[in-house]
Write a protein that binds this ligand. Structure first.
Ligand code: IMP
Ligand code: MG
Length: 178
C-alpha cells in the first residue's frame, strides 16, 4: 500500500546528518585526488540528490556524467536483473572515474557497472562510492570503496531513494512504517 502521509515515515538519517557525512566524504576525496581531474558518473535516478550535494564540496577539476540503470521495478525486492536504460559515456580511457550510487543492496547494479566500465575502458583509477550500504543483503561479492552509512535490511526512502517513484524529494532518509 502506498501512503503519502508523512507521519508514517520513520526517520533514519536527518538532513543535517546526511550533510555532515557528505562533507566528510568530500574532504577525503579532495585529499586523495588533490588537483587531478576526475569523471563523476552518477547513477540516475536515485543518486541525483547525493550527487548534486557532494559535488558542491569537491575541489578537483571534474566532469559530470549521468547514466540511468534500473533494477527494482515497482516493488521493494531487487529483481537481480539490471536494466541499462541509458549508459552512454564519453571516452574514459586514462581517466580517474568515480561512480556515485544511492545504495548498494544485492550488489548486482554495482557489479554490472564495474564490469561494464572495465570491459569498455582502461581507466586510470576506479572508485565505487555509495551513500548507503545495505551489507546484509549482498548476493554478489562486491563492496564499495567508500560509503556514507551502513544500514539494516529495511527499505529506505527519501534523499533520492524512492518507493514506486515517490519520496525522492524528502531531505532526509527514512522508512515506511507498516
Ligand atoms: P542492487 O542492484 O540490488 O544493489 O540495488 C541497487 C538499486 O536498487 C539502488 O540503486 C536503488 O535504486 C535500489 N534500492 C535498493 N535498496 C533500496 C531501498 O532500500 N530503497 C530504495 N531503493 C533501493
Ligand atoms: Mg539506484
Amino acid at each position: 500500500m502506498i501512503t503519502l502521509n508523512k507521519q508514517d515515515i520513520k526517520p533514519v538519517f536527518s538532513a543535517d546528518e546526511i550533510d555532515a557525512r557528505i562533507k566528510e566524504m568530500a574532504a577525503l576525496l579532495n585529499d586523495e585526488y588533490k588537483n587531478e581531474e576526475v569523471y563523476i558518473i552518477s547513477v540516475l535516478k536515485g543518486a541525483v540528490i547525493f550527487t548534486t550535494d557532494i559535488i558542491k564540496h569537491l575541489t578537483m577539476p571534474l566532469k559530470l556524467e549521468f547514466i540511468r540503470l534500473s533494477s527494482y521495478g515497482s516493488g521493494t525486492v531487487s529483481s537481480g536483473k539490471v536494466n541499462a536504460v541509458d549508459i552512454s559515456l564519453p571516452d574514459l580511457n586514462g581517466k580517474h572515474v568515480i561512480i556515485l550510487e544511492d545504495i548498494i543492496d544485492t550488489g548486482h547494479t554495482a557489479q554490472f557497472l564495474t564490469n561494464f566500465i572495465n570491459h569498455n575502458f582502461k581507466v586510470k583509477s576506479y572508485k565505487f562510492i555509495t551513500l548507503l550500504d545495505k551489507k546484509s543483503r549482498r548476493e554478489v561479492n562486491i563492496n564499495p570503496d567508500m560509503y556514507g552509512f551502513d544500514i539494516d535490511d529495511k527499505f529506505l526512502i527519501g534523499y533520492g531513494l524512492d518507493f514506486d517513484g515517490y519520496y525522492r524529494n524528502l531531505d532526509y532518509i527514512g522508512y515506511l512504517e507498516e
